[in-house]
Design a protein around this ligand. Sequence first.
Ligand SMILES: *Cc1c(COP(=O)(O)O)cnc(C)c1O
Length: 234
Amino acid sequence: MATADSTPAERLHAVQARIAAAAGEAGRNAAAVRLLAVSKTFGDAAVRALADAGQRAFGENYVQEALEKQAALHDLPLEWHFIGPIQSNKTRLIAEHFSWAHSLDRLKIAERLSAQRPAGLPPLQVCIEVNVSGEASKGGVAAADLPALAAAVSTLPGLQLRGLMAIPAPTTEVAVQRAAFRQVREAFDALHARGFPLDTLSMGMSADLEAAILEGATIVRVGTALFGERTKHA
Ligand SMILES: *Cc1c(COP(=O)(O)O)cnc(C)c1O
C-alpha cells in the first residue's frame, strides 16, 4: 500500500509487482491485466508524477474535476476513463472527453453517449456495470438484465461494448472477494456464449486486485495504492 515516504514510481512499481504476482499465481500473462490509475481527488501534479513514471491510463469519477486535470495535462498522451455514476446531464462531456466509460447501467444513458460521441473520435469504449452483491445501494445492472442491455448497446454506433465492470461490497475475506468476482466472470462468460465479442472485465481495486485477477480481471482500477489515502470524501 502507499506510504507517505514512497515515490510515485515506487508505488507504481509495487502495484505492477502485485499484478504480476497475481497473474503468475493465476497462470495468466501479466500483460493481459491493464492498470487503470484512479486519480479522483488528486490534483494534476500527482497525475503528472505517475505519468512521468510510465502510467498512461487514468480513471476519474467526477466530470468537472477530470476536465480540469485534462486541461492541465494536455501535453501528455494520457487515456482517460470515466468510472463514476453517469448522470444524463453529463453524458455530452463524457462522450467528448473520455476514451472509456466503465459504469454504463441504463439504455437511455447509452443512447445519449452514442448520439453525443463526436464523429471524429473512435467509438466510446464502454463496460456495463453489473451488480453482483445484490445491494440496492450500489449501482449496476442485475445479471438477468444484462443480455437485453448488451444487445441494445451493441447496436449503438457511437459505442463499442467491451465488457463488464463491477464494484463488489468491500470485504477483507479473500474467499468472499473471489466469489463476487467469479459472479462477474460468469456473467461475462454467459454473454460471450451468446455471441457478444467482449474482452474486458474491469474489476479489482487497491484492496482486492489479487482476487480479481485470479478470477479473470483484465483491467484493475487502483487509486489508494498509487496515490495514497484520499482525504476528501469520494
Ligand atoms: C475510487 C474508485 C476506485 C479505486 O479505489 P481504491 O480502493 O482507492 O483503489 C476504483 N473504482 C471505482 C469505481 C472507484 O470509484
